[in-house]
Design a binder for this molecule. Structure first.
Ligand code: AHG
Ligand code: MN
Ligand code: MN
Length: 334
């Protein structure tokens, strides 16, 4: 008889039984993330048919134009989690302030930070999209978490991961014990374990960066990216260039095949573009758990002390040796 892959729900129950004392709330939280993924994937599959492409006409707190799908995805996260009991606060790229959930304070131990739709410039042309989430634990029960409590270093995350809406829908996550990937089987509406204990190769052959910004990079960043294009067989160069405009999709490729993604600081934007708390930190947790690295160019992403909810940070992430080499160039050591 053909063996049936583990469903996300069974995998979670199994993992929970290996941790006696686990309340089950955390497991339910992951199941709810899966539900959000199904809701958004369903909309994305029909997006060109149901008038949900294009923009809302609004600008978000980041000063970016809001796509209809950004707003829909954000609403889906909020709708699913505000009545979920497990979560006492929600913070999102699309919301200036966190939503505190007083009805959940007595039992909701977790705080969820998310990018509801990542790569939203891809919405109108059927290219890959994603969502990114970071889970923190509220330090006290029975009271409201303060806004400040949502601003923790990446090392304090208890779980993190992403949804990828590509040719298939995937949920990839870590709770600090390796990285697991589940693929949505649309026929039965279940996520099935497809990628067990993902390990990123120590070195890759792919680089992913928006090279249109080259003129704004530091000399070290320019020199590093230039070096990747020099033909040198023993060191595996030149690297191939791949860039989708969706961090989740680009990092997912690296996670499986190795290589490096960069969104460096620029002359007019020294902190780059990506947000620390709900983009860089969760992706860093996943990649580190798979054996890779994530750096600002000068320090570990997960050690950065957050000062603002929507703080940006330069991000260099991927295979361990590739990130170390990029750091050497950026710091003027190569
Ligand atoms: P978001 O859609 O959540 O704002 O994120 C977009 C991010 C990221 O996904 C991607 O790698 C990067 O921005 C692309 O930016 P550029 O268009 O500047 O390359
Ligand atoms: Mn994003
Ligand atoms: Mn987004």
């Amino acid at each position: 008889m053909r063996e049936f892959p583990l469903t996300l729900s069974r995998f979670i129950i199994q993992a929970q039984s290996e941790h006696p004392g686990a309340s089950g709330e955390f497991s339910s939280l992951l199941t709810q993330i899966g539900l959000v993924g199904k809701l958004i994937a369903q909309d994305l599959r029909r997006a060109g048919l149901i008038n949900i492409l294009g923009t809302t006409g609004d600008t978000n707190v980041q000063g970016e134009i809001v796509k209809k799908l950004d707003a829909i995805a954000n609403d889906d996260f909020v709708k699913v989690f505000q009545h979920s009991d497990y979560v006492c606060a929600l913070a999102s790229e699309e919301m200036e302030k966190p939503i505190l959930l007083p009805d959940n304070w007595s039992q909701g131990k977790y705080m969820l930070l998310f990018d509801p739709l990542d790569g939203s410039s891809n919405t109108d042309n059927n290219m890959p999209l994603g969502a990114i989430f970071s889970v923190l634990k509220h330090s006290q029960s029975d009271c409201s978490p303060t806004d400040g409590e949502l601003m923790r270093r990446g090392t304090e995350q208890v779980a993190a991961g992403y949804l990828l809406y590509g040719s298939s829908t995937m949920l990839v996550y870590t709770v600090g014990q390796g990285v697991y990937g589940f693929t949505l089987e649309p026929g039965i509406g279940e996520y099935l374990l497809s990628h067990e204990q993902i390990r990123i190769p120590d070195k890759g052959k792919v680089y992913s960066v928006n090279e249109g910004n080259y003129h704004k990079w530091s000399p070290g960043t320019k020199k590093y990216v230039d070096s990747l294009k020099v033909a040198d067989k023993p060191s595996g160069r030149p690297y191939s260039s791949r860039y989708t405009g969706c961090l989740v999709a680009d990092v997912h490729r690296l996670l499986l095949g190795g290589g490096i993604y960069l969104y460096p600081g620029e002359a007019d934007k020294p902190d780059g573009k990506l947000r620390l708390l709900y983009e860089a930190n969760p992706m860093a947790f996943v990649v580190e758990q798979a054996g890779g690295k994530a750096s600002t160019g000068t320090s570990r992403i997960m050690d950065v002390e957050p000062k603002k909810l929507h703080q940006r940070v330069p991000l260099i992430i991927g295979s361990r040796l590739d990130v170390e080499q990029a750091e050497a160039y950026i710091q003027g050591r190569a």
